[in-house]
Design a protein around this ligand. Structure first.
Ligand code: 13P
Ligand code: SF4
Length: 329
């Protein structure tokens, strides 16, 4: 539609001076029948302009339901791919194609396929934080919101490969009593939280409850008062009578936590290295309001998935959506 260069992975065009970027985005959304889906790890300004803000499962569920013609996925690439696979007939855009995921990258599709081949008779459960090509080698996809229930939907003696997050896999093994074979992958944001620093913080805020995403290391999950997906942590903090929380996950979630609970205090768990903003996912934060504006304006960059891969990957994704729907998740 436009001859626009996206060699940098995003539309590198200036935003006209003096415009109200938020109302322009709203206007383009209406004109183009577009929706903006944003993950909780996006910046506050992107979350505020989105039609839906949620965790990975909710993003996939909304993608399956929407009748919009264009979906702008403000999240990382695997989230965009999942949405595109679910709605292959729609245009799925992402503000910056460079928004990858260290966890998804820790599981290259060809190496994973070899690993699966070496273990005949195993069912394959993949975390949604994987490429479409890995999902194509998978029996069922899970997110951190439904991993436990989906694993438990398999017979207790089923042999299972779980990938790529070993922290999430270990956690699910520990709460279900399963012994799934784990891929050795981690998220660089969640694996850097330090138990020592959280314990220090607890001394300053003795009444605070610790909330942790299951991608954190085992020592942190063991001391956490609540372990769960971003949506589950948000729900817990809202329903709890406690007024103070230490949050061990990407700090973007604090925006919605504070918005819903203005009377409560949320403290981001400190990163291991106090000189960096390591509790911010550098991939998630590549999306900006300016890039979002250009994405809607030029309808670029678009997420594309190889048709043959998409044909295979839709099955485990649909299975996840069906199991979740049947369990009311
Ligand atoms: P959620 O399942 O909570 O959305 O987590 C996604 C993610 O990327 C965590 O790092
Ligand atoms: Fe991937 Fe970690 Fe970023 Fe989540 S926080 S998108 S798992 S790199």
């Amino acid at each position: 539609m436009f001859d626009v260069n996206i060699s940098k992975g995003y539309v590198d065009m200036p935003v006209p001076e003096g415009i109200d970027i938020v109302s322009e985005i709203e206007k383009m959304k209406r004109e183009k029948n577009a929706v903006i889906l944003a993950h909780y790890y996006q910046s506050g300004e992107i979350q505020d302009i989105a039609d839906y803000v949620g965790d990975s499962l909710a993003l996939a569920q909304w993608a399956a339901k929407t009748d919009a013609s264009i979906l702008v996925l403000c999240g990382v690439h695997f989230m965009g791919e999942t949405a595109k696979i679910i709605c292959s007939d729609k245009k799925v855009l992402i503000p910056d194609l460079n928004a990858g995921c260290s966890l998804a990258d820790s599981c290259p599709a060809d190496t994973f396929a070899e690993f699966v081949k070496k273990h005949p008779g195993y069912k394959v459960i993949s975390y949604v934080n994987t490429s479409a090509a890995v999902k194509a080698h998978t029996d069922v996809v899970v997110t951190s919101s439904n991993a436990r229930q989906i694993v438990e939907s398999f017979p207790v003696d089923e042999k299972i490969i779980f990938g790529p997050d070993k922290n999430l896999g270990n956690y699910i093994n520990s709460i279900t009593g399963r012994n799934m074979l784990l891929w050795d992958g981690v998220c660089h944001v969640h694996s850097q939280f330090s138990l020592e620093k959280i314990v220090e913080l607890k001394k300053q805020y003795p009444d605070a409850l610790v909330l942790a995403h299951p991608e954190c290391k085992r020592d942190i999950l063991l001391i956490a008062d609540k372990v769960g997906s971003t949506a589950a942590l948000l729900r817990f903090s809202t329903q709890s009578e406690c007024k103070c929380f230490i949050v061990a996950t990407e700090s973007g979630i604090l925006h919605e936590m504070k918005k819903i609970n203005p009377d409560k205090e949320f403290i981001p768990a400190p990163p291991n290295d106090s000189t960096c903003a390591c509790n911010e996912c550098n991939f998630m934060r590549l999306n900006t309001l300016k890039k979002l504006y250009n994405t809607l304006k030029y309808e670029l960059p678009e997420i594309k998935v190889d048709e043959k891969i998409a044909e295979k990957a839709i099955k485990p994704i649909q299975r996840m959506l069906d199991i979740s729907a049947s369990l009311g998740i």
